[in-house]
Design a binder for this molecule. Structure first.
Ligand SMILES: [Zn+2]
Ligand SMILES: [Zn+2]
Length: 159
């Protein structure tokens, strides 16, 4: 049941993405569909390499250049967003372009999303205090240690 719901959700998201590309006057090629589908299947914050490997799992004939060009195109149209994670050698992409908080584990690099209405209020507060025009689309990145890494840490200290 859950699987079906998820597949349906991914299919709807894929349709939405392809619709946006059409609106941006981009042709819908099988290669572009494959890249969009791979990004949606990942459902997290994939790196270009992770997207490439997912595409290659279903279609090995698509070149890396095509895949990376499609990723760049999606970014250009703001359908995905580049995340600059401090200390990470890889670029990550966020599929969720709505303002939210990305919590990054400093140990394993895992990225979790936190959605809250408070982010709007927080941006408003920052704007008022700083007089800056805030780029709300950039969201927020917060660093910490995820629960799994906390457990590893605790196990070590107990030794
Ligand atoms: Zn971690
Ligand atoms: Zn995110």
């Amino acid at each position: 049941m859950e699987q079906t719901a998820q597949t349906e959700q991914t299919e709807q998201a894929l349709e939405w993405l392809l619709e946006r590309l059409t609106l941006c006057d981009r042709r819908i090629t099988p290669q572009r569909v494959a890249v969009c589908a791979a990004i949606l299947t990942h459902n997290g914050h994939p790196t270009p390499m992770e997207i490439r490997d997912l595409v290659w799992q279903s279609n090995r004939s698509i070149s890396q250049a095509t895949i990376y060009n499609t990723i760049a195109m999606l970014e250009e149209f703001k359908l995905i967003r580049k995340l600059d994670i401090a200390g990470s050698e890889h670029t990550h992409y966020d599929l969720n372009v709505a303002a939210h908080i990305n919590v990054v584990c400093k140990q394993c690099g895992r990225i979790s999303d936190v959605h809250t209405d408070m982010i709007e209020a927080l941006f408003g507060f920052v704007a008022a205090r700083s007089n800056y025009e805030i780029d709300t689309g950039a969201g927020l990145i917060v660093y910490g240690i995820c629960t799994e890494c906390q457990q590893v840490q605790n196990a070590h200290t107990e030794d």
